[in-house]
Design a protein around this ligand. Structure first.
Ligand SMILES: [Mn+2]
Length: 267
């Protein structure tokens, strides 16, 4: 397993659960100094990132993934919007991020862009739209040589799918095998009966991990027991990233250092 840490370039997400908020150059330098293998970036749009390739090279970092969440946070686009035009725009946004990430050999993440039902859609309709979308975007990402990550969120953020088990059911109902689950330990801490068991149950469907603590601080700064979770990830043969998608508390560098210490201790 490899380590990654988040950089947000989205001004509206300055209070969001991302470790670095002061640009790519600052984030890459600090991620490398803290000993991370990769960065995960939260972008405001799918516009090119002209400085990224040079910064990754300079700091010997990889790109772990790019998040699409600003499609919702900034542009209010949802893949399950009842309005077909807005849904098409949302799909276009995710395709743009898939293209951008693929330039650096990385996948895109669908988290908050999955939206929720009940705002102009029935639950069945919203789930139908989500599956339709994943069936279209999974093969699109495959053409670019990347998986697509789908992230079940906790009940306060979506009413679609909240657990890894539900996520597996969705994935197994799709016509594509190119969508993988993002296991976010913060969401799982709210929704799962047993986080390690949920990881074991999801098995090879797990494609990415947001590695944080119960309070969305760095792994090691809350009350989660990461030992059995990492053991479960080892047992399923997980070799992807453990990515710190955490609040920069008490500050970004302490968050980074604590995450790396927890990973070194357990992996
Ligand atoms: Mn997450």
């Amino acid at each position: 397993m490899k380590s990654a840490i988040t950089i947000s370039l989205v001004e509206e997400a300055r209070k969001g659960p991302f470790v670095y908020h002061d640009g790519l150059a600052d984030g890459c330098a600090r991620a490398a100094a803290a000993g991370f293998d990769a960065v995960e970036i939260f972008v405001p749009s799918f516009d090119p990132l002209p400085e990224l390739a040079g910064l990754l090279e300079q700091h010997s970092l990889k790109l772990a993934a790019i998040g699409t969440g600003a499609g919702w946070v900034k542009h209010k686009l949802s893949l399950t919007d009842g309005d077909p035009d807005k849904r098409a725009k949302a799909i276009g946004y995710v395709k743009g991020v898939i293209d951008l990430a693929a330039e650096y050999g990385a996948p895109a993440i669908i988290g908050s862009m999955q939206g929720k039902s009940g705002e102009g859609t029935t639950h069945e309709q919203a789930i139908g739209y989500l599956k339709e979308t994943l069936n279209a975007l999974g093969p699109y990402a495959k053409e670019k040589g990347q998986p697509l990550f789908y992230e079940p969120l906790n009940r306060y953020e979506t009413n679609l799918f909240n657990t890894l088990t539900e996520g597996v059911e969705v994935l197994e109902s799709l016509a594509t095998d190119n969508v993988k689950l993002l296991a976010d330990l913060f969401h799982m801490n709210i929704e799962e009966a047993d986080i390690a068991q949920a990881v074991l149950g999801a098995g090879t469907h797990v494609g990415h991990v947001h590695f944080v603590d119960s309070n969305r601080r760095a792994a090691g700064l809350g009350h989660m027991d990461h030992g059995p979770i990492v053991e479960a990830l080892k047992a399923i043969g997980y070799d992807g990233y453990l990515c710190a998608e955490a609040f920069p508390l008490p500050d970004a560098d302490t968050c980074a250092k604590t995450t790396i210490e927890t990973i070194k201790k357990l992996v």
